[in-house]
Design a protein around this ligand. Structure first.
Ligand code: SAM
Ligand code: SF4
Length: 354
């Protein structure tokens, strides 16, 4: 292994000013989309087993295949040098990874210099323990997944009885000054009837809420078509009782937002099926083993771990990123219209990171 990735996480990096970051060789793909957003998975492991995400007996990767925290940091800085200004740490469940706060702290020291935002997607089970430390590291916003507030339903859906910890985690994040967005996967016949209550509760707590259409990623023991609830249908049913106004608000992700007059809150819709958003895609995703997937819904990948562990990591990483830009497809081709269809890709969402 080379020195760059053996070095301990730096306490005082010397980042370049934001305006200059990536100016030399920005990440622009073949469709002229500029990549400024990295979703970095730090583990494929998780303490829940959401039935739309993974099977009960999920097989996780051997730990030796996963990048060290030092390698994850070196990788992130390689992206920052090419103009990435926003990093979301994801997984699996990022907060189950030991010492993960050290990575947040190291990356957090670049905020205000060559990094504009550092965020996290979490299931919330460990948030009560880590919320203060995340805020101290410079995290300002977190996405917390919450598909139901019904304890029995939560236990059935995630196969773990952890709703109290998650609600405690959300409260702790708010108390630590973090802006919380609730991610809700809309599931036919599971949380369909609860969506208005969940949205109203989120808004009453001051949280934005985003609804997500389920995607056919990996085998999950259940028929995908039975889980799928199109969000155009959900929107129509919400409009029967509430006033929804489209707004230009954007957070750098694919959600399109409305404001709900009656709750006073914002609601996002992530619609890979009923409203393709690929033309505005500004992100790349890297797994915990350093595999870069230019598209969530496709199989093409570039091995950044090999580049990172080579004798010339900087040059090889730069070449690997150029290759990723070259092969980044125009759009995904998810299909959600056939019973018994194979997943669009074999890897689960917990592998690529959400
Ligand atoms: N464990 C963390 C969590 O649940 O927030 C982070 C990783 S999780 C893979 C990221 C997001 O992906 C979550 O909001 C989750 O609900 C969503 N997700 C997982 N599998 C999905 C699928 N097949 N389709 C759509 N969203 C999915
Ligand atoms: Fe774990 Fe997140 Fe997947 Fe649920 S959605 S099983 S919390 S990785």
């Amino acid at each position: 292994m080379n020195d760059a990735v053996r070095a301990p996480l730096p306490r005082q990096p010397q980042p370049i000013p934001l305006a200059q970051a990536g100016a030399a060789r920005p990440l622009i793909d073949a469709f002229q989309r500029r990549i400024t957003y990295l979703r970095l998975s730090v583990t494929d492991r998780c303490d829940l087993r959401c039935s739309y995400c993974m099977p009960e007996r999920m097989r996780f990767l051997p730990k030796k295949e996963v990048l060290s925290l030092e390698e994850l940091y070196a990788l992130a800085t390689g992206f920052i040098a090419r103009g990435v200004t926003k990093i979301r740490i994801t997984g699996g469940e990022p907060l189950v990874r030991r010492d993960i706060i050290d990575l947040f702290s190291a990356l957090g020291r670049r905020l205000g210099h060559d990094l504009a935002e550092l965020t996290l997607t979490t299931n919330g089970t460990q948030l009560a323990t880590h919320a203060e430390a995340l805020a101290k590291a410079g995290v300002r916003r977190v996405n917390v997944s919450l598909d139901t507030r019904d304890r029995a339903k939560f236990a059935a859906l995630t196969r773990r009885d952890s709703l109290p910890q998650v609600l405690e985690g959300i409260a702790a994040a708010k108390a630590a000054g973090l802006k919380v967005k609730l991610n809700v996967v809309a599931l036919k016949g599971v949380n369909q009837d609860e969506l208005p209550d969940l949205i109203a509760w989120g808004h009453s707590q001051g949280h934005d809420v985003t609804l997500i259409e389920v995607m056919p990623l990996g085998d999950v023991e259940q028929e995908r078509l039975d889980q799928y609830l199109p969000l155009d249908e959900v929107r129509r049913s919400l409009e029967a009782c509430w006033t929804l106004k489209d707004i230009a608000y954007a957070t750098g992700g694919p959600a399109r937002y409305v404001e709900i007059a009656e709750t006073g809150g914002r609601l996002g819709f992530i619609t890979p099926h009923t409203g393709n958003f690929c033309s505005g895609c500004n992100r790349l995703r890297v797994t915990a083993t350093g595999q870069l997937y230019p598209c969530l819904g496709r199989g093409e990948r570039v091995d950044l771990r090999a580049a990172l562990r080579s004798e010339a990591p900087e040059a090889n990483l730069a070449a690997a990123l150029d290759e990723a830009l070259r092969i980044k497809p125009e759009k995904h081709h998810f299909r959600m219209d056939a019973r018994g269809a194979a997943p669009a890709v074999a890897r689960h969402m917990s592998m690529t990171g959400g």
